[in-house]
Design a protein around this ligand. Structure first.
Ligand code: FAD
Ligand code: ZN
Length: 465
């Protein structure tokens, strides 16, 4: 491979972004080539940091002409090893495109550049008495461009939907530099294909997102949170139905922690003290958000009371202050902070809620058949049918990736579930895409890739070949 640094392409790229937007060699920091999974750390030949859509367009046009592969990157918090560059790929970062362009209270929209961090968007909405409901543990580092490209899920999907449901307009740049200007505030726009969907959830393989118009919601004025101990999975699903019918649209989270994960949080996350005894089979965090502060809290407590009378809840703690609400959420978030065991493989599968009790038992049974001392923890957004699993099977965990994946994804295939509910496919899950997608669907994905990126310069090899 020719060293790009000695080519005219390099000088032309530098001329587009200027010296502030151009880094090469040793000057490129690890954060720009190693993502959260840390599966690889290959220093890219160049890091480009454009500051406008026009610069992105010029970069892509040039790279397209030279068949130069590119890895777009946001906050590098993705969990499927997609944004970290492969050998010879230029890194394209949005860290200089971080403006909140406008908050419009009348249309309840916010217009942002791709590099704005999720937490900044949440705070800006809050400052205007509005809510941007997308929320995930990586909020302080992940960017809206990354959230859109992965169609991120998170904690409040049950009420507000995935990132796809929270966006009105997208401006994107195609592989050849063409700007697709879909940056509008029209909530209703049935003029042919909804082109923004090509870029949402396609992990930077069909185009690069530069700006977006986000949909904001009314900011709730009440928040009630409880952690409930539950004896069986059938009680968990009955509790979900009960809370859905009692709280209606106010139900904003229904998160479940299996006993195995709860014990791991208790033992391995030093800053968290679990508030309920560790003997129960399941722990359910329930959240309600509403706009009638005088009655919402009472309704929440009475719904839990009737669930308890029906025998669905063995024990419950209801948070009665903001600090206590944060403490209960910290227990749930603690599932992502289990430390000191060694490398943990993380999964984000989805399946029918009716199959989930069986799924949890079967994961344990099948993994223990090969690795009797495996450390296993299940938790997730059960209101959305999404389970996360963390697994360590001993010192060789990392190198046994394929065997462990095969065990989990085989079971998912048997149950007609999805190998990725929210993190995406990237490189890590590519061998298992066919477990959840038909041959015809994968062929159509390849047709789209060929049409939009005929030279294969955008995140080559991610999702499909
Ligand atoms: P990156 O990791 O930088 O990139 C992700 C993908 O998007 C890559 O394919 C990259 O090439 C592409 N990309 C980035 N920016 C652009 C752009 N502007 N245009 C085109 N392509 C682009 N995910 C969930 O869905 N739900 C969760 O609950 C959740 N919780 C998490 C908790 C923790 C602690 C961590 C570390 C991660 C979690 N994630 C979760 C995963 C991750 O945060 C999301 O996938 C997030 O959306 C990635 O955003 P990012 O800016 O870090 O993107
Ligand atoms: Zn999640």
């Amino acid at each position: 491979m020719t060293d790009i640094k000695s080519t005219p392409l390099c000088e032309q790229l530098k001329a587009i972004v200027g010296s502030a937007g151009f880094l090469e060699g040793e000057h490129i920091e690890r954060k720009n080539f190693k993502d959260w999974m840390g599966a690889r750390a290959i220093r890219p030949p160049l890091l480009l940091r454009p500051e406008s859509t026009s610069q992105v367009s010029q970069i892509l046009a040039l790279c397209h002409a030279h068949k130069q592969p590119i890895a777009p990157q946001g906050g590098m918090t993705g969990l499927v090893s997609a944004a970290a560059p492969l050998e010879g790929e230029i890194a394209l970062s949005f860290e200089r495109m971080k403006s909140v362009i406008e908050v419009d209270p009348v249309t309840a929209t916010m217009t942002v550049e791709a590099g704005v961090e999720l937490q900044t968007i949440q705070e800006q909405a809050d400052a205007h008495a509005l809510l941007f409901p997308l929320d995930l543990g990586a909020r302080g580092s992940c960017t809206i461009g990354g959230n859109l490209s992965t169609n991120a899920g998170g904690n409040r999907v049950i009420r507000y939907g995935m990132t796809r449901d929270l966006v009105i307009g997208v401006e994107a740049v195609l592989a050849d530099g063409t700007v697709i200007d879909g940056l509008h505030k029209l909530r209703k726009n049935n003029t042919g294909y909804d082109l923004k969907q090509l870029f949402i959830g396609s992990e930077g393989t069909l185009g690069v997102i530069t700006r977006a118009v986000l949909k904001l919601s009314a900011k709730p004025s009440s928040q009630s949170v409880a952690l409930c101990a539950v004896r069986s999975f059938s009680d968990v699903s009955r509790l979900l139905m009960h809370m859905q019918s009692e709280l209606g649209a106010n139900l904003s989270a229904f998160e479940v922690i299996w006993n195995n994960a709860y014990r791991l949080i208790d033992e391995k996350v030093s800053h968290i003290t679990v508030p309920l005894a560790t003997e129960y089979a399941f722990y359910v965090l329930i959240e309600s958000m509403g706009n009638n502060p005088d009655t919402d809290g009472e309704q929440f407590v009475s719904s839990l009371g009737s669930a308890s009378e029906a025998g669905l809840v063995a024990e419950a703690i209801i948070a009665d202050s903001d600090v206590k609400i944060a403490n209960l959420w910290a227990v749930r978030d603690g599932a992502a902070e289990v430390m000191g065991i060694g490398f943990m493989h993380a999964y984000d599968v989805s399946l029918d809620i009716a199959d989930m009790g069986y799924f949890g038992d079967e994961v344990e049974r099948r993994l223990r058949a090969s690795w009797p001392d495996a450390v296993i923890g299940l938790f997730g957004h059960i209101g959305d049918g999404n389970v996360h699993i963390i697994i360590n099977v001993g010192p060789k965990t990392q190198s046994l990736h394929l065997e462990i994946d095969t065990t989990i994804y085989q079971l998912i295939q048997e149950l007609g579930g999805s190998v990725s509910a929210e993190h995406g496919i990237g490189l890590m899950k590519k061998p298992f895409l066919a477990h959840s997608r038909s041959e015809a669907e994968i062929a159509l994905m390849k047709t789209l890739k060929q049409a939009l990126d005929p030279r294969g310069i955008l995140n080559p090899g991610r999702i499909i070949n």
